[in-house]
Design a protein around this ligand. Structure first.
Ligand code: PDD
Length: 290
């Protein structure tokens, strides 16, 4: 059995179940804050540097001021004290606590900083990585700054719930003109004529850390990459589809619900990237236990 989540709340470590926060936290009222999710392999945070760089960007965009270097040390300490070898770290920073009023509190208040470490009994996506997943196409109902990793995730929550209810493991979101943006909590890739296709980095998608690594791995494997918009009506041109995220890694899609696109099994390019990904993990953190 996995041990209970171990947390750090504003510098004090305790079980996550013991953390208490005021209802006047602006994350509660407005979703006014940012977050990051790190994968832990072999007791180490994977791709720690790019995650903290993205965190800095998100904080800067929302003008939340905090000491990220101190947070980095705190995250590492909390992970070490948790004893977790395989799992994930969640980090959330809200603007802080203040009486409800839309504009920023003036004078500014101290941000609330939550870290917790979750242990995995087993990799939650291992079986799906092997067999592939079914996805649902849904309208992208989100705001126009999806490049910020903010706590405002209602569009993503509704998309993910719709996928669950359709017996799918992820929702793929599209704009009104059919442009595919991203998954509810993942980046979307296609394979067309041996080349990878993925949406360019614009304000309507998150700059995925896994996306960047997969593009580098593709390059090393000699797989051409096209960062260009792709449209729902041209899905039939794709030979393979997969999604990526910190937690899911490279996750093949084998079926789109209520759509003609279907694959018998995960495709060869997806499989190659899965192998390259795992090799990269091992090179970065030593042997991953699962
Ligand atoms: N989600 N797009 C969205 C909307 C996401 O929420 C995520 C990750 C990604 C992939 O980003 P990355 O490769 O940096 O993990 C893309 C995290 C894991 C989450 O919300 O739990």
């Amino acid at each position: 059995m996995a041990r209970p989540e171990w947390a750090n709340w504003n510098g004090t470590e305790m079980p996550l179940s013991e953390v208490r926060v005021s209802v006047t936290d602006r994350a509660y009222f407005f979703g006014d804050g940012v977050y990051e999710v790190f994968r832990v392999y072999n007791g180490q945070m994977f791709l720690e540097r790019p995650h903290f760089t993205r965190l800095r960007d998100s904080l800067a965009q929302l003008r939340i001021v905090t000491d990220v270097e101190r947070l980095e040390r705190r995250v590492r300490e909390t992970l070490a004290h948790s004893g977790v070898r395989e799992g994930q770290v969640y980090l959330q920073i809200s603007r802080g606590e203040a009486p409800r009023s839309h504009s920023f509190p003036n004078p500014p208040v101290t941000p609330n900083e939550l870290i917790y470490v979750r242990e995995y009994d087993k990799d939650p996506y291992a079986a799906y990585r092997a067999a592939g997943i079914r996805v649902l196409l849904v309208p992208d109902l989100r705001w126009k700054r999806c490049d910020i990793k903010s706590l405002n995730l209602l569009g993503n929550v509704l998309a993910s719930q719709a996928a669950d209810e359709a017996g799918c493991q992820e929702a793929i979101m599209m704009l009104e003109d059919g442009t595919i943006t991203e998954g509810s909590h993942s980046t979307v890739f296609g394979v067309r004529g041996g080349a990878l296709v993925t949406a360019p980095l614009e304000a309507n998608i998150l700059p995925g850390i896994t996306r960047k690594l997969v593009l580098e791995l593709a390059d090393r494997c000699g797989i051409p990459v096209k960062e260009q918009p792709f449209i729902a009506s041209s899905l039939h041109e794709l030979d393979e589809l997969f999604v990526t995220s910190t937690i899911a890694e490279v996750l093949p899609i084998i079926e789109i619900a209520s759509h003609t696109w279907k694959a018998d099994q995960p495709g060869p390019v997806t499989r190659r990237l899965q192998v390259a990904y795992r090799e990269y993990v091992v090179s970065a953190v030593g042997t991953a236990t699962h």
